[in-house]
Design a binder for this molecule. Structure first.
Ligand code: ATP
Ligand code: MG
Length: 265
């Protein structure tokens, strides 16, 4: 196990450092591939620019995402190493609130990883986990790489797939295969962010608890109300808003150049 360095609560990146430690531990347990660490770093860079908080526009996307998943006939939550490491409990809660199935789907199907992720989900309370142990027998031709192998009871038959922190090739393939895709991605310029029907530009650790509470709030609503929320949402606008927040923040900081006050340790 890696050593746990002491992180002062006043450290401006305390939260981010704790998350990094969690990810490192998950590499040791085989849940996360090394490439997952690099993907996380790319996300963090955008979070830094975004201001490390959920924007009002990201919150609108969260509401639209909850409505989209609740309206779906066969929704599936696709789980990779990063989300399993960061948000297993919330994924299980979201699955219970919406009736969506959980499916492990990996870029790197290295031996033992599917099972390690399944273990994390079961520990978080999941009753059923698809895509594990040879059950990914169906194939989505539009998707390249190992990720084209999917569970016939899950992503293969799904009408809506939630794919947080996903690679662009796969998102494009799922969209081409006629599925509605909902994602969480800090980079509004990534291909996933651009191709999805609903993109939540936020850190998955902030967005998922909010998505669960929105799903719980909306689950008693009628289809007409849910459809109204979905129809009102415009992903182009959501991405545009996220870029504008980043642009304005950078603009304000650029006027100062130096903007960080020294902090007491
Ligand atoms: P794309 O393939 O969509 O063009 P990419 O190749 O830049 O994007 P990938 O590594 O394929 O990126 O996908 C991971 C995505 O997840 C990245 O866009 C990254 O910004 C995002 N990401 C990583 N960690 C987080 C996080 N904690 N919260 C939200 N998004 C994250
Ligand atoms: Mg990619």
């Amino acid at each position: 196990m890696s050593e746990k360095p002491h992180v002062s609560k006043k450290h401006p990146r305390a939260e981010s450092i704790k998350i990094r430690e969690r990810l490192t531990r998950n590499v040791e347990t085989n849940v996360l591939a090394l490439a997952g660490l690099i993907a996380h770093g790319r996300g963090e860079a955008f979070d830094y620019i975004l201001g490390e908080e959920t924007t009002p526009s990201a919150f609108k996307a969260i509401t639209a995402a909850a409505a989209t998943i609740l309206l779906a006939e066969r929704p599936v939550l696709s789980v990779n190493g990063n989300v399993a490491a960061l948000c297993a409990e919330e994924l299980v809660e979201l699955s219970k609130a919406t009736g969506a199935k959980l499916e492990v789907n990996l870029f790197h199907r290295l031996s033992g990883r599917e099972e390690a992720i399944e273990g994390v989900l079961r520990e978080a309370g999941a009753d059923e986990v698809l895509g594990v142990g040879g059950s990914a027998t169906a194939r989505i031709d539009e998707v390249f790489s190992d990720r084209r192998r999917v569970d016939p009871r899950g992503i293969y038959a799904a009408d809506v797939v939630f794919v947080p922190l996903e690679d662009g090739d796969r998102t494009e393939g799922l969209v081409r295969a006629g599925k509605r895709v909902v994602t969480v991605d800090l980079n509004p310029m990534s291909r996933t962010a651009q191709f999805a029907s609903v993109t939540i530009v936020d850190n998955v650790v902030r967005a998922l608890p909010l998505l669960v509470s929105e799903a719980e709030r909306l689950k008693g609503s009628g289809r007409v109300e849910l459809q109204g929320i979905v129809d009102e949402f415009d992903n182009r606008e959501a991405l545009s808003d996220a870029m504008t927040v980043m642009e304005k923040r950078l603009h304000t900081l650029a006027e100062k150049g130096i903007f960080i006050e020294p902090y007491d340790v």
